[in-house]
Design a protein around this ligand. Structure first.
Ligand SMILES: O=C(O)CCC(=O)C(=O)O
Length: 281
């Protein structure tokens, strides 16, 4: 397995293009890792997901970038921005920002890709996902599993269950790909970056400790985002964030006019007292 580890993301971008994923080994600084761990120690409640995708033994904290500057710094890390620049069109968006804590006893997630809900034929380039290890990832504790090269698969190869449930069950699919998948084993602080079309899943946690991770995902500027950050992040708070984060949250225009607010640039909506022109009398 190759490891991208420096500020030059050329090799990492090539790996994502060729095999569907890359690993940035020393992604978080020691300070960032300690800060994230402190937050998760205070904030995880044991509240778990509502289905086998979210995970019945998995806790997720969404809109994570609202929970401190450290999370915003991780979202706009220069290495990830370089990969987004390489894979996505200018004005790309943050589509989700979450913590994923897989507790002992969790079963594997269904195999999936993070762009399954966009009805555009595969292969496609719609988004880029990151999973950042907050604990060491192993095959036993639920380290992310990926199917190398599956970013190149077409709709037929991916099978039915992930589109319409008609041609192949989840169990049949899991059996078909069993000898093609690998568990990403990486130290805490490392980050796996993959094309959203790469098939992957959170693994089963058969260990006796949680496997904690962060996942920030980025999408093309012309698709709908998973999280609706316009409603989760108050505008006064967005106004305190960096211009890059503001743009990632949708306070940008994708030319010629996607994202406009009553004919104005959406960044104007961050001025206190902004009133969309349609309401001005
Ligand atoms: O937790 C993981 O390792 C992967 C999670 C994932 O793929 C997802 O929730 O979409």
């Amino acid at each position: 397995m190759n490891h991208a580890n420096d500020l030059d993301m050329t090799n990492a971008a090539r790996e994502i293009q060729q095999q569907g994923y890359t690993i940035i080994k020393d992604f978080l600084s020691a300070g960032q890792l300690a800060e994230v761990r402190g937050f998760l120690d205070r904030r995880t409640t044991g509240f778990t997901g509502r289905n086998n995708f979210e995970g019945s033994c998995t806790e997720r904290i969404y809109a994570l970038l609202t929970q401190g500057k450290v999370f915003q710094d991780i979202v706009e890390d220069v290495r990830i921005m370089a990969l987004c620049d390489a894979f996505l069109e200018p004005n790309y968006l943050l589509t989700t920002s979450q913590a994923i804590c897989i507790f002992p006893g969790e079963s594997p997630q269904p195999w999936h890709c993070d762009d399954a809900f966009y009805s555009i034929p595969r292969p496609r380039r719609l988004a880029l996902s990151t999973v950042i290890a907050i604990d060491d990832f192993s095959a036993e504790n639920g380290g992310t599993e990926v199917i190398p090269g599956s970013n190149h698969w077409n709709d037929e190869q991916v099978g039915g269950d992930y589109r319409d449930g008609e041609t192949e069950t989840e169990a049949d699919f899991a059996e078909r790909v069993a000898d093609q998948s690998i568990a990403v084993e990486m130290p805490a602080g490392a980050c796996v970056v993959f094309a959203s079309s790469t098939l992957h899943r959170g693994g089963a946690n058969t260990s006796d400790s949680p496997r904690r991770a962060l996942s920030n995902q980025y999408c093309q500027p012309w698709v709908r985002t998973i999280e609706n950050f316009f409603l989760t992040v108050p505008r006064e708070e967005v106004a305190t964030m960096s211009p890059k984060i503001q743009s990632l949250l949708g306070y940008s225009v994708h030319p010629p006019f996607m994202g406009q607010v009553s004919g104005s640039h959406p960044a104007k909506a961050l001025d206190p007292g902004f009133v969309p022109s349609v309401y001005r009398r």
